[in-house]
Write a protein that binds this ligand. Structure first.
Ligand code: HEC
Ligand code: HEC
Ligand code: HEC
Ligand code: HEC
Ligand code: HEC
Ligand code: HEC
Ligand code: HEC
Ligand code: HEC
Ligand code: HEC
Ligand code: HEC
Length: 309
């Protein structure tokens, strides 16, 4: 059905030029519909080798129909409304059309290398995603269209191939398992997104982690109560950071701690019996209780230097 012949396509060009050229109307009576006048004018300004989106639409009617709601329709504003939408991505289409839809004379994303694809997209999106080519994704050959689909997106936002976290889990099944642990960030529940912490388009940090002045900010943007500053800081929080004590995805342990026993966690850095008056003065029972029973304000306190309420 889509295989409209070369002849009819060329005829259409003629029709556009002859009957919709503003000057043709200028002499005769009927007022020119504004849209058509603008389109024919823009057809005239097309660079050599290009045919304009209207031409593509005559044969690719399904694609053209669904494309009407695509954010990329905003492209027309990029080059002075010259109607190049399709060809901005697929390259000049004249040879393709003259060849009656010759598939070897048009840029085909499904036949291109990841690098070629990324370059196409980054021609416009490099400003918002300047670090993509250095990202672990690009280096592993995961291209823009591994995650985005321009024409067949099934997600409500950002032209994604699938919504998060399903999108990510298809490739990162080990991470999916971490979020299935008893204590986890509510990512499967849809409350937190992978991209709250990661920028999959590349950053200057390991693990694609979002870059912030203070790396704890990735966490404290949501957990404002542990952010501080406190009168009495727990040096561990600023020193090793949140990940010194917590697993970011999920854990077998309550509070997503990365140790099953709180006291073992603390004793990595502390030997309280030796250092503390309270602990050394016959308070042996303290070492058997969870440290956080008494040191409740573990992230820092404005009241007590030993983080006791
Ligand atoms: C004369 C009709 C015609 C016009 C006009 C036309 N195409 Fe095509 N196009 C075809 C045919 C026929 C095919 C062969 C594949 C198919 O079955 O869709 C094709 C294939 C393609 C493919 C490859 C599809 C694939 O499955 O890999 C792309 C991309 C494409 N066209 C883009 C465009 C763009 C962009 C324009 C406008 C610049 C355009 N076409 C204009 C007829 C046309
Ligand atoms: C590993 C998956 C993945 C890859 C690869 C990927 N993206 Fe994205 N992209 C996403 C996700 C998820 C979002 C939405 C969440 C967000 O803001 O990060 C998004 C959002 C976007 C947005 C809209 C919001 C914004 O931040 O600008 C643009 C534009 C975009 N991507 C372009 C690209 C381009 C261009 C490439 C290739 C150079 C690319 N993406 C590669 C997953 C990906
Ligand atoms: C933002 C870039 C972009 C624009 C604009 C664009 N395409 Fe595509 N096109 C793609 C990508 C990427 C694919 C690969 C499949 C996908 O991601 O949906 C594709 C695939 C296709 C295919 C192959 C068949 C298919 O269903 O996947 C055809 C045909 C096509 N595009 C035609 C068009 C036409 C006609 C227009 C204008 C109405 C257009 N494209 C606009 C990027 C673009
Ligand atoms: C010729 C320039 C151009 C090219 C090439 C281009 N885009 Fe875009 N893209 C745009 C414009 C313009 C918008 C709309 C921006 C806006 O809404 O502010 C956009 C929007 C997007 C969005 C955001 C959609 C949303 O819902 O907000 C994504 C994702 C995206 N593009 C991905 C891609 C991918 C993937 C490619 C390559 C296949 C690509 N773009 C190629 C210009 C381009
Ligand atoms: C609450 C923040 C946060 C969320 C949400 C999050 N991550 Fe992570 N992720 C991290 C941090 C922090 C690291 C670094 C861990 C380290 O250094 O030990 C990491 C590491 C990774 C790694 C590399 C190490 C590994 O475990 O393989 C991958 C891949 C990853 N995350 C993918 C994901 C995916 C996929 C999702 C969503 C399903 C997700 N992350 C959600 C914070 C998060
Ligand atoms: C098409 C498969 C694919 C998809 C989809 C995908 N990734 Fe990846 N991801 C990879 C590959 C391959 C690598 C590089 C090898 C590795 O480190 O595992 C990678 C690397 C990463 C890393 C860096 C790991 C490191 O060791 O530095 C993070 C973080 C990550 N991905 C998160 C995500 C998130 C979040 C999403 C969803 C928005 C996602 N990925 C979607 C395949 C994918
Ligand atoms: C996008 C917001 C967001 C970000 C970013 C975030 N978290 Fe969370 N975090 C949550 C939510 C929501 C919960 C679940 C709270 C609940 O169930 O009461 C949670 C739960 C937790 C819990 C368990 C709390 C409990 O009461 O059991 C810990 C520990 C935690 N996060 C640490 C971190 C760390 C460490 C980081 C950074 C790597 C981080 N969070 C980043 C939103 C976030
Ligand atoms: C020195 C170890 C350590 C560090 C570093 C640490 N935490 Fe915790 N965190 C804990 C312990 C232990 C608990 C459990 C407290 C309890 O059970 O009463 C906890 C509990 C939490 C909780 C659960 C609710 C609450 O406020 O008690 C959240 C959320 C949390 N931490 C976030 C963070 C964030 C975000 C960071 C980084 C800014 C961080 N933690 C750094 C040890 C630590
Ligand atoms: C990664 C190492 C590390 C871990 C794990 C850690 N701390 Fe600390 N903690 C420190 C450092 C460093 C100081 C500052 C010591 C100093 O100023 O002499 C500190 C200070 C303290 C102080 C105040 C001490 C004082 O001298 O006033 C208390 C109380 C404390 N930690 C309790 C805990 C508890 C309870 C845990 C387990 C939930 C824990 N810490 C886990 C490194 C750690
Ligand atoms: C029964 C309550 C209790 C428990 C349980 C407890 N502590 Fe303490 N800890 C205290 C008190 C009280 C102090 C003294 C505070 C002061 O000096 O005013 C203290 C002091 C400290 C100090 C600071 C030492 C100093 O010189 O003041 C550290 C470090 C410390 N505890 C670590 C721990 C660790 C690690 C654990 C778990 C293995 C733990 N505490 C368990 C009550 C407790």
């Amino acid at each position: 059905m889509r295989r409209i012949s070369l002849l009819s396509a060329l005829l259409l060009v003629l029709v556009l030029v002859v009957f919709e050229h503003p000057s043709t109307y200028a002499a005769s009576g009927p007022p020119v519909p504004k849209v058509k006048a603008a389109q024919s004018q823009s057809t005239a300004t097309l660079p050599p080798g290009y045919v304009g989106s209207q031409m593509c639409e005559t044969c690719h009617t399904d694609i053209a129909h669904t494309f009407k709601n695509n954010p990329h329709t905003k492209m027309v504003f990029l080059h002075g409304d010259n109607d190049l939408t399709c060809e901005n991505c697929h390259g000049p289409g004249l040879a393709h059309v003259q060849g009656g839809g010759d598939v070897h004379k048009i840029f085909r994303f499904d036949k291109a290398t990841p690098k070629q694809i990324d370059e196409k997209c980054l021609a416009c999106h490099a400003t918002s995603h300047p670090n993509f080519m250095r990202s672990p994704h690009a280096k592993a050959g995961v291209s823009c269209i591994s995650c985005h689909s321009v024409h067949h997106s099934s997600a409500p936002q950002y032209l994604l191939v699938a919504s998060q976290p399903q999108l990510c889990e298809t490739c990162h099944s080990d991470v999916k398992a971490q979020f299935a642990m008893p204590f986890h960030h509510p990512v499967p529940e849809g409350v937190v997104k992978c991209t709250d912490c990661h920028d999959v388009h590349g950053t200057f940090n390991p693990n694609n982690l979002r870059t912030t002045v203070d790396q704890n900010r990735i966490c404290t943007q949501c957990h404002t109560d542990v952010r501080g500053p406190f009168v009495f800081e727990h040096a561990a929080v600023k020193g090793v950071g949140c990940l010194g004590c917590h697993s970011p995805h999920g854990s077998q342990n309550p509070r997503m701690l990365n140790m099953p026993n709180v006291n073992v966690l603390c004793n990595q850095c502390h030997s309280p019996v030796a250092e503390g008056t309270f602990h050394s003065m016959g308070q042996g029972s303290a070492e058997r209780l969870p440290c956080t029973n008494c040191h409740t304000e573990i992230h820092g306190s404005n009241i007590h230097p030993a983080f006791i309420r």
